[in-house]
Design a binder for this molecule. Structure first.
Ligand SMILES: NC(=O)c1ccc[n+]([C@@H]2O[C@H](COP(=O)([O-])OP(=O)(O)OC[C@H]3O[C@@H](n4cnc5c(N)ncnc54)[C@H](O)[C@@H]3O)[C@@H](O)[C@H]2O)c1
Length: 255
C-alpha cells in the first residue's frame, strides 16, 4: 500500500508509541486520525501536528467502550472518505504478582486484584477486539485495509504481568485469526510486539528496579526508540505480503 493520502487511525496516540507512529506516517502524506482517552493531551497533539503540516483530526475515544470504537472508525471514514489503516495501540499497565507472601511468616500478603486484572483486559484485549471489529466492518465493504494490533514481547508470559501478558497473548492470537478470516475482503492483519521502548509507559509506569534489570540484558544494550516501532508500522503498510504475523521488535530481548 502506498502511504500518501491514505487514512490511518491510531488509538492511544496522544503520546508515546502511538504519537511516534502517527508522526512518521503523517509526515509522509497520510491523513492521520489521532485518538486517545485523554482529550486535552489529544488536542495538544492535533495542534502540534497541524503546525507541522500534517493533515490530521482528533477523535476522543475510550477503546474499551463499544460506542466509542464505532464513533472513531466511522468518524475517520466520514472525514476522509476511506479507512485504510487502523493501528490498535492504546494500552495500559497495572503490574503486580499473582500472589505475594510475607518473607518471614510465609503468609499471603497480597493478591492481584480483580480490578487490576479487569482494567488491563478491558483496554488491552477488549479494546483491540472492539476497534478491530469496527475497522474491519468498514474495510470489508471497501475491499481493502490493514489492521495493525500492538502486542508486546510480554505476550510470551512475563513475571509480574499476569494481566498484561494474558491480554497481549490474546492480541497476538486475534491477529493471526483475523488475518485468516479477513483476507477474503482484501484486509491484511499484522501485529508488532515491541520490547522495551523509551516511552512514558516504560519510564514512568514500570518498576525502576525491573527496568534496570531488563536494560542489562537487552542484547543491543539500550531501550528502543519510538521511531523504530513507527518504521516497523510503515514496513507492514508498504509490504503487501505481510499478514498473519506479529513482528517482535525488541533489540533481541526474549521473554
Ligand atoms: N513502551 C514500550 O516499551 C512497550 C512495549 C511493548 C508494548 N507496548 C505497547 O505499545 C502501546 C503503546 O504504549 P506506550 O508505551 O506508547 O504507552 P503510553 O502510556 O505512552 O501511551 C498509551 C496511550 O494510550 C492511551 N490510553 C490508555 N487507555 C486508553 C483507552 N481506554 N482508550 C484510548 N486510549 C487509551 C493513553 O492515554 C496513552 O496516551 C501499548 O499497547 C503498550 O502495551 C509498549
Amino acid at each position: 500500500m502506498i502511504l500518501k493520502d491514505k487514512t490511518i487511525v491510531i488509538t492511544g496516540s496522544a503520546g508515546g508509541l502511538g504519537k511516534a507512529m502517527a508522526h512518521r506516517l503523517g509526515k509522509q502524506g497520510a491523513n492521520i486520525v489521532l485518538s486517545d482517552i485523554q482529550d486535552e493531551k489529544l488536542q495538544e497533539t492535533v495542534e502540534e501536528f497541524k503546525k507541522e503540516g500534517i493533515n490530521t483530526i482528533g477523535i476522543q475515544a475510550n477503546v474499551s467502550k463499544e460506542e466509542d470504537a464505532t464513533k472513531l472508525m466511522e468518524g475517520a471514514k466520514k472525514e476522509f472518505g476511506s479507512l485504510d489503516v487502523a493501528i490498535l495501540n492504546a494500552g495500559i499497565l497495572r503490574d503486580g504478582l499473582l500472589i505475594r507472601t510475607d518473607k518471614e511468616t510465609g503468609e499471603i500478603k497480597s493478591k492481584m486484584s480483580i480490578e487490576q486484572w479487569q482494567s488491563v483486559i478491558d483496554v488491552n484485549l477488549t479494546g483491540v477486539f472492539l476497534t478491530a471489529r469496527e475497522a474491519a466492518s468498514i474495510m470489508a465493504v471497501q475491499k481493502s485495509g490493514i489492521i495493525i494490533p500492538i502486542a508486546s514481547i510480554a505476550m510470551h508470559g512475563n513475571s509480574g504481568q499476569t494481566n498484561y501478558s494474558a491480554a497481549k497473548a490474546g492480541v497476538a492470537a486475534m491477529t493471526v485469526t483475523w488475518s485468516k478470516e479477513l483476507s477474503r475482503y482484501g484486509i491484511r492483519v499484522a501485529g508488532i510486539a515491541p520490547g522495551f521502548i523509551g516511552t512514558e509507559m516504560v519510564l514512568k509506569d514500570m518498576n525502576n528496579e525491573a527496568l534496570e534489570k531488563w536494560k542489562k540484558i537487552i542484547p543491543v544494550g539500550r531501550l528502543g526508540e519510538p521511531d523504530e516501532i513507527a518504521s516497523t508500522a510503515q514496513f507492514i503498510i508498504e509490504n503487501d505480503l505481510i499478514t498473519g504475523v506479529v513482528l517482535e521488535i525488541s533489540g533481541g530481548v526474549r521473554i
